[in-house]
Design a protein around this ligand. Structure first.
Ligand SMILES: Cc1cc2nc3c(=O)[nH]c(=O)nc-3n(C[C@H](O)[C@H](O)[C@H](O)COP(=O)(O)OP(=O)(O)OC[C@H]3O[C@@H](n4cnc5c(N)ncnc54)[C@H](O)[C@@H]3O)c2cc1C
Length: 584
């Protein structure tokens, strides 16, 4: 049965998993083990209903009733309490109960990273703000599990992963200070030893989920060198065991453009009690090497950068779905607007770029699967994460903007769904490292880990394994040409001056993202062709057409009829026969 957009009012209240056959395809392909697949199905099916229903409904309300900081109680004592709309608390409780923060600890079996990504993708379609807080909770739990002192670890971990909303704690992460977000090494927060513990003093300028209970904080131990090398990572509870504040003051909540539900504050740390998050050495003693602290924090940042890529993906998907529904209902000049070629092209390209972004983002989660060995998988993931973050978050801003325009004037109104998506989307190119910083991270991954070699090898494997069907041939040719260009660009930049390398960092990142997406779509298309469906081959071909090859005269000379002739099966997820695909 094809998805029938005309039968819906809007996306809220629908089962978002059932409506997304591309998510089913990703799970089927990336989870070949039957038990893994069955386990995943149970969870995505539940989340599809939860996210499309209550979470989506409440997100519209909490966006207009954001958190408020109550600094003082009636006695004039400073309390720094953040008050939330009940809907926000209900949504968080629903997700905690559904295991969003604790599944790996509760499931009694390994939880595939692809499943974790799928659940986050569904949540982000409802609201990326709520994923921000709960995603950081999972990151904090990981740091606590690996690096917290033994005497507190079990208790903190139990709280951070609890499925009981009454006892569950949340996490946050404070790196950024007034003088430095990108230049983390400029941090001035001091850490002073206090017996086996530490006391932190400093100002943190962007603190999301600021009323969580446990924070992972960067600070410089007294006497440590300047720059990133001298920083250490600390675990900081917001309150002391007696419930009083742990030298922790929320100065204000920031007036944000979007992601309203999650409170982002400015925080003073005034002698906050902290535990150092220190990795053990192979000999079991604490690792005192300088710079290890920043490395520990960067492990969490890499995880959350991937999470921000998923936020972009979620907004992109929601944008497509809302636009497809609206265009199937709205009439102008006596017919549905999705019958007009320009609207069709917008919808098809929203979907094609979405599926390309999903291929890239989900490959981060499954990178080790198709790799020759563990090291190649690690290097592949190392470069795919910043590529996906750049591509999916930038893509989401464009997607939300385009989808908003499909709604005409209604799209610009706050009582329709697209305004919030556009406001929220703008956050994600900045969060967890701006686009520029992620482009520089791609460069670092290439220089330090040779991560591009793993990527190029992955692309070559996709080319070698691709189906020879004529429908896929233009995409195969375009990927092969782009691979050649990427090799040339990399070789050229290796001999270029430093400033030229920095100047081209974004261009190179975009080029590698295009290449990775094109290659991964070849893989997906080949997989689908073996199941007698050429729909994904058409997606790969269209992606190559709009993103990889630069058509002469903007493509006007090509007479490509894909958007016109295959609109229905593409956007409504019907299967396409090879002959029909080749003829379009
Ligand atoms: C809503 C929101 C919530 C946030 N929550 C948190 C949080 O919970 N915890 C936390 O630690 N941080 C948080 N942040 C901070 C965020 O991570 C930083 O804003 C971001 O990393 C950028 O740092 P900055 O704001 O200091 O900008 P700057 O570092 O001053 O950057 C300004 C501009 O300069 C560019 N730039 C800087 N250096 C370079 C370079 N070497 N080459 C090229 N371009 C460069 C940047 O790309 C950017 O465009 C949050 C931010 C927002 C907007």
């Amino acid at each position: 049965m094809l998805v029938d957009y005309a039968s819906y009012e809007n996306a809220t209240g629908l089962d978002w998993y059932a409506l997304d056959p591309n998510l089913t395809l990703l799970l089927d392909r990336l989870l070949p083990d039957v038990e893994d697949r069955g386990f995943a199905e149970e969870h995505v099916a539940r989340y599809g209903v939860l996210c499309g229903g209550p979470l989506a409904r409440r997100a519209e309300v909490t966006d207009h009733h954001g958190p408020v900081l109550r600094r003082y109680d009636r006695w004039g004592q400073e309390v720094d309490v953040v008050e939330h709309h009940p809907g926000w608390l209900e949504s968080k409780a629903d997700l905690v109960r559904a295991g969003f923060t604790g599944l790996p600890y509760q499931a009694g079996r390994p939880v595939p990273a692809v499943l974790t990504a799928s659940l986050a993708y569904l949540v982000c379609q409802a609201e990326t703000a709520i994923y921000c807080g709960l995603g950081m909770t999972a990151g904090a739990a990981d740091i606590v599990e690996r690096y917290a002192p033994a005497e507190v670890r079990d208790d903190l971990l139990r709280r951070l992963t609890s499925p009981d909303p009454d006892e569950a704690w949340e996490g946050g992460m404070f790196l950024t200070e007034r003088q430095g977000g990108s230049d983390v090494g400029a941090n001035t927060t001091r850490a002073v030893p206090d017996g086996a513990e530490w006391r932190l003093h400093g100002e943190k300028h962007f603190c999301s989920n600021v009323d969580a209970e446990i924070f992972i904080v960067l600070a410089r131990p007294d006497g440590a060198p300047d720059g990133g090398q001298g920083l250490a990572t600390f675990i900081v509870p917001r309150s002391l065991p007696d419930g009083s504040a742990n030298g922790f003051r929320i100065k204000r909540l920031k007036p944000k453009l979007g992601t309203t539900g999650v409170p982002t504050g400015e925080v003073s740390l005034e002698g906050a009690r902290a535990w150092i998050a220190r990795p053990p050495t192979p000999h079991g003693t604490a690792d005192e090497r300088p710079g290890r602290g920043l490395n520990t924090m960067m492990e969490m940042v890499n995880g959350s950068r991937f999470g921000v890529a998923v936020m972009g993906l979620g907004i992109h998907r929601r944008s497509f779905l809302e636009a497809a529904i609206y265009a199937a209902r709205r009439e102008q000049w006596g017919q549905r607007i999705d019958h007009y070629p320009l609207v069709r092209e917008t919808l098809v390209d929203l979907l094609v770029t979405l599926e390309a972004a999903a291929a890239l983002t989900f490959e981060c989660a499954g990178a080790t699967r198709g790799s020759i060995d563990e090291d190649e998988g690690r290097r592949l993931r190392r470069i795919l994460v910043p590529l996906a973050k750049v591509r999916a978050t930038r893509g989401a801003i464009g997607a939300a903007s385009q989808a908003l325009e499909v709604f005409g004037g209604n799209g610009y109104m706050e009582d329709w769904p697209m305004a919030r998506q556009l406001r929220d989307a703008q956050c994600h190119t900045i969060w967890e490292g701006t686009e520029n910083i992620c482009c520089l991270d791609v460069r670092r991954a290439m220089r330090n880990d040779g991560a591009h070699e793993a990527l190029l090898a992955r692309v070559e494997r996709a080319l070698l394994g691709s189906d020879p069907a004529p429908v896929l041939a233009p995409a195969v040719d375009a990927v092969a040409t782009t691979l050649g260009e990427a090799r040339e660009a990399i070789a050229h930049l290796a001999g270029a001056s430093n400033d030229l390398q920095l100047l081209h960092a974004r261009r190179l990142t975009y080029l590698l993202a295009d290449l990775a997406q094109g290659a991964l779509l070849l893989d997906e298309a080949t997989w689908s062709l073996t199941r007698d469906d050429a729909r994904k081959a058409v997606v790969a071909r269209r992606f190559a057409h709009i993103q990889l090859s630069v058509p002469r005269a903007r493509g006007i000379l090509d007479d490509d009829r894909t958007v016109l002739d295959l609109f229905e099966p593409l956007t409504r997820y019907g299967s396409i026969e090879r002959a029909a695909a080749a003829a379009a």
